[in-house]
Each structure stands twice: as C-alpha cells, then as structure tokens.
Design a protein around this ligand. Structure first.
Ligand code: 5BU
Length: 264
C-alpha cells in the first residue's frame, strides 16, 4: 500500500515534511507505534531497538533519564534507530522562555543535533516554538514540535481552554507538526481532532492493550480506539518494554494500530 492511500486526507493536509516522513515509515512498517524507550541504560535501549525496531516508527526518548550519559554512547542509540528507519523523538517537554529553550536544544545532550521531533508545553507562550526552531536552525537541521494539548495523567491541569489556546499557537506555526492528545480517552481525542482539523498530527501516550491503569497516575485506553478517534500515532512504553516478549508485543500494537488506521 502507498502512504497516500493509507492516510487519505491527513496525507494531503499535513504540511510539515516530518509528518510525511512519519506516515511513510508507518505505511512501510504497517504500524503507528512510537516506542517510549524509558530505560535508564544505553545497553537496554539498544537491545530494545534491536528487538522491536522493525515494528515501530519512532524512538521516543527521555535523554535526561539515561545514567552516565555521554555523547559517544548516545550516538550508538542514534545510529541504531536510524539503521532501523526510526524517527528520533525527544520527549523533552520544554517549558521555558524562547531564548533559554533555544540554548537547551544544545548543551550536554545536544538534542538539536539528533532529534527529529521534540515535545513542548505551550504554557510560556508561542515564542517557545521559535526558540526550538532556532536551535535546529543553528545546526542546519529541520525538526518538528509536538505541543502538549492534552495529557494522559490523572488530574492534570490542561483544561479545555488551555487545549484551545495550544491549538491556536500550533496552527499559527509551521514548526508545529502536531499535538499530544490523551490516549486514555477516545472522547478527549475525538474532541481534539475536531478542533485540530486535518492539517496537524495527533500522537497519543496513555495506551495499553492489557492495562487500564498504570503506576503513579498514568491512565490507559485502547490503542485501536485512540486511532479510530483521530490519533495518528500511539506511544507505547511499558506495554512493550516490560512485556515478557517485547518483539511479539510490539507486533500486537503494530497490528492493532495499523488495522484501526485502515478502518478509519
Ligand atoms: P507508558 O509506559 O506506556 O505508560 O509510557 C508512556 C510514555 O509517554 C512515557 O514516556 C511518558 O513520558 C509519555 N507521556 C505520557 O505518558 N503522558 C503524557 O501526557 C505525555 C507523555 Br505528554
């Protein structure tokens, strides 16, 4: 199948090149899964990429949870993900003023040099997106921002007015590839999709095929329901890396998400 047929309106309306890159990879792998590789050891992340990389489209990292971080080890993660044709997505959740955020794209982790996508809060206003983009510009790379329009955690403070303002910021910026939507609630996702329209992606954490609740306030919904409600990627962490057979588990999530896209 070609990406344009699988994605329909989303393909023709999303302008950011990375949205097309994602849709192409997803179509090739028949999977809408983004792996949340929440392991604090580079060795564990590398093993995970090796075992599930063929059925996931992007590697979502929290680079600041890696113990004993160093650039050399990290470059192995980057190379391994690239060799498996995965996008690199740092879930940094930037939240500062624009000029500080630009600096934070560099620094110890040098996110700007390897990440294709990053997450950002919208709490500090629209300039944060320009700060992130300026970080990529400094190293002559193109990246995309996913703004947190919703979250999956219980009792979070992102109310509907906040979501609406976040979409307003996102619509006005060519650097915003899309939004994070709450994967634990199909109704939240439907409402978000109706406000966002076809021109941006929605990626959803808080999905599981087995659990309805995670630890410390995480909530889960069914990944196929999330896609049917309008989500374009399901972000899966413990459902894959904590399972006894991560490779088989990743394939289950891939099949559920891809099947739902075709149904949609
Ligand atoms: P889990 O193990 O599948 O629950 O991991 C979910 C991942 O998604 C984890 O890396 C979180 O940082 C990330 N996440 C989330 O769970 N909920 C949110 O609202 C946002 C990110 Br934003």
């Amino acid at each position: 199948m070609i990406a344009e047929d699988a994605w329909g309106k989303r393909w023709s309306n999303c302008a950011h090149p990375l949205s097309h890159e994602f849709m192409r990879v997803a179509t090739e792998k028949e999977s809408l899964v983004v792996l949340a590789a929440d392991e604090p050891s580079v060795g564990d992340i590398l093993r995970l990429i090796e075992s599930v990389g063929d059925s996931v489209c992007a590697l979502k990292t929290h680079v600041d949870m890696v113990q004993g971080f160093n650039t050399e080890d990290w470059s192995m993660v980057v190379d391994s993900a690239r060799s498996k044709n995965m996008l690199l997505f740092e879930d940094r959740k930037f939240a500062d003023i624009g000029k500080v955020t630009k600096t934070q794209m560099g620094g110890l982790y040098d996110i700007r040099s390897w990440a294709d996508l990053v997450t950002s809060h919208s709490i500090s206003g629209p300039d944060i997106v320009d700060g992130i983009a300026a970080g990529w510009e400094d190293v002559e790379r193109i990246g995309g921002v996913l703004l947190l329009a919703q979250m999956s955690s219980s009792n979070n403070l992102l109310d509907e007015g906040y979501t609406d303002e976040t979409i307003r910021i996102g619509s006005a910026s060519p650097h915003v590839v899309g939004y994070i939507g709450n994967g634990s609630s199909a109704s939240d996702l439907k409402s978000l999709r109706s406000k966002v329209g076809e021109g941006k992606m929605i990626w959803s954490p808080g999905v599981s095929l087995d659990a309805s609740e995670g630890s410390l306030g995480q909530r889960y919904g069914n990944p196929a329901d999330a896609v049917l409600a309008g989500s374009d990627a399901v972000i899966v962490g413990s459902g894959i890396y904590r399972s006894e057979d991560p490779s088989a588990s990743a394939k289950r999530y891939a099949a559920a998400s891809w099947g739902a896209l075709l149904e949609r």
